[in-house]
Design a protein around this ligand. Sequence first.
Ligand code: WTA
Length: 636
Amino acid sequence: MPEAVGFEGVKDCSSLQEFSVSNSASFWAAAARHRLSWIKPFHTVQDCDLSLGRIKWFEGGQLNVSVNCLDRHVDTCPERVALIWERDEPGSEIKVTYRQLLEMTCRLGNLLRRHGVKKGDCVTIYMPPCPLAVASMLACARIGAAHNVVFAGFSAEALAERIRDAQSSTVITVNQGVRAGKVTELKRTVDAAVKDCPSVQQVLVAMRTENPVTMTAKDMDMEEEMLKEDVVCEPEAMDSEDVLFLLYTSGSTGKPKGVVHTQAGYLLYAALTHRYVFSYQDGDVFGCVADIGWITGHSYSVYGPLANGGTTVLFESTPIYPDPGRYWEMVQRLKINQFYGAPTAIRLLLKYGDQWVQKYDRSTLKTLGSVGEPINTEAWEWYHRVVGDGRCPVVDTWWQTETGGICITPRPSDPEIVPGMAMRPFFGIKPGKVVTSNPASGALCLAQPWPGMARTIHNNHQRFIETYCQPYPGYFFTGDGAYRSKEGYYQITGRLDDVINVSGHRIGTAEIEDVVNQCSAVAESAVIGYSHDIKGQGVYTFVVLKKDADDQEADLSQQLNNMVSKNIAKYACPDFIQFVQRLPKTRSGKIMRRVLRKVVERDLDGLGDLSTLDDPAAVQEIIQGHRELCGKQQPS
Ligand code: WTA
């Protein structure tokens, strides 16, 4: 790290990590000056008080994120490829240079401005990964609007809820999506969502396919309108702490929350982690296969690589389309140097066998990354041994929507990386709480602020404070549990709250219960996660029907599945629905989820003390019902 030359006593990676934590302000000030282009320099590095939920970085400074991601690279290397759009059909990729991406962004920025979008507004983007989606994000940043990207797998209801909460007047979408050879009617989903969103005045529609779609009075053809715009768009000077984007994510209770990230700190953190966690070098091709609708897509398909002047892949397809060799055929064709994916996909591909990997030349690969959920040892070893031919370090990166970027991860240069361990805190990150001895396990808290962390929850700062700052005053509470080995390495043990992780997608069990409970035949329900050998976790739903419910259970199961898919997304649908007479509850009426989890995990010895239950017989009935539903096999 070039700026480390000025840090006293820093001679290697470990001492740099120590310096970054104990001299946090000097570390981040140097990094921010060195790595970002400022319109006006900052006067205060940080002004934070975690216990009050006050987090401010680089105050006094002004910059524009799109200028940092585009203009400064256009000045030095306009013809460098910024984006490789890996479209669904293999071999049909499209490359976009920095000059072209700047032009697209400027036209779009002008278009948005002409249609009244101003600094401080929030634009909702409902698009699959594609250059126009990236240009939309950057165009918002250019004119000072916040963006709210909604994963294009979410249903109309889920989209509407997010548009309403963000109060967007503008939505950007595509006519249709294309994934695994199938066409999805994204514009139709937007039409359905917008009906329930009085704030929406206009919808910009880009054409992903050639099929025309019905246009309403609010809709405009985005590409046609862009052609009318100038290719120069004056960037807005933004304060470091102005909002860059909202991104909705699930919590343990209530509605999804709009996590807020701001300009300078987020961008710096995304850029620095992208550079050092993956050993990204100029000229490398970075392949993050996450969707732009998740934080991984934001930080490592878009902002981190572009801030670093890198070449980044936008992956539109799936790991098994047209066959299970897709990723590795792509690695060969695009000469990808860093591959960043999710354990769920690795587990799936592992089952198809090594031949799908070995068919292709993977010699360009240098670093392999894993994100989103714990990676089990078998998957880690296969990734390392087969995909990376035993020569590429595998970095198991732990972080969350709220942290903005990777927080705990092995360093690629580490001589020893333990499979399935996130290992070490990144620069500026200090995990830990009261417990200082090793080994130890407990709630994973971060003991000091860092520039990439979320600032608040949109329209609900109180919820931000209660969720992250109050559980352990003075610390940022992540919601995860962790184990620290005697060597001081971290291993993430999973969520401590009622959030589950299905194929790397985060979902609150309460969100699914809310939908299930809307069914007129349902009296109450309890949703829990169980370990699933591909998805990581599956969704298991216990349902108590109303006394007078007379539908057949099979029909009801189908109905409940449809409801979840319509109200949330397909990935949240229950794998199992077990109808029960009653749920195990404490005498005060709280559902004993711990007991349900043990039943589903078949750990009957671990049921523990049931004497506090209101009706211990309920458990026997549930065990019996579970056996009948799942037979002798593990649920899958
Ligand atoms: C989980 C995704 C174990 C964790 C970037 C976290 C992980 C949640 C890992 C955040 C990992 C993420 N090992 N668990 N390497 N990475 N998680 O907000 O429970 O979609 O709290 O961000 O995923 O999910 P999110």
